[in-house]
Design a protein. Structure first.
Length: 122
């Protein structure tokens, strides 16, 4: 298998661009791909991260690993923002199709996920 036959596709399901500078994609062995500086994923756009080497573009990024990074029988990936926010809070959905793994991204919510209730001081 050629290493670029193995890849992960990320889709921004929101309308606004997501600055993915410093975001990381990690496998269960703790191999890490870090998104390059200045990388923005426009609203509605996709980017494919290939395991092997190549020339990065706006739609294709390359991990440049010497070995496969994804286990094709069972799979765990973690996507984190540059500040370490868990990818699950970014509405990431894993969908396996042969050697293809897709995540749907949406920008983090502007409002806090939990807003404490306030009670009047009677």
């Amino acid at each position: 298998m050629h290493l670029n036959d193995e890849y992960v596709t990320l889709k921004n399901t929101g309308e606004d661009a997501i600055d993915m500078t410093g975001w990381s994609l990690r496998n269960e062995r703790n191999d890490v791909f870090t998104f390059p500086g200045g990388f923005n994923l426009p609203g509605g756009a996709t980017v494919t991260v290939y395991t092997g080497c190549g020339v990065d573009t706006e739609t294709e990024l390359y991990w440049c690993s010497a070995d496969p990074v994804w286990n094709n029988k069972s799979f765990k990936a973690v996507l984190k923002t540059a500040t370490g926010m868990d990818g699950s809070r970014c509405s990431c959905i894993q969908t396996p199709v042969q050697n293809v793994w897709a995540f749907a991204l949406a920008p983090p919510p502007a409002a806090p996920l939990f807003v404490p209730s306030t009670r009047p001081a009677w």
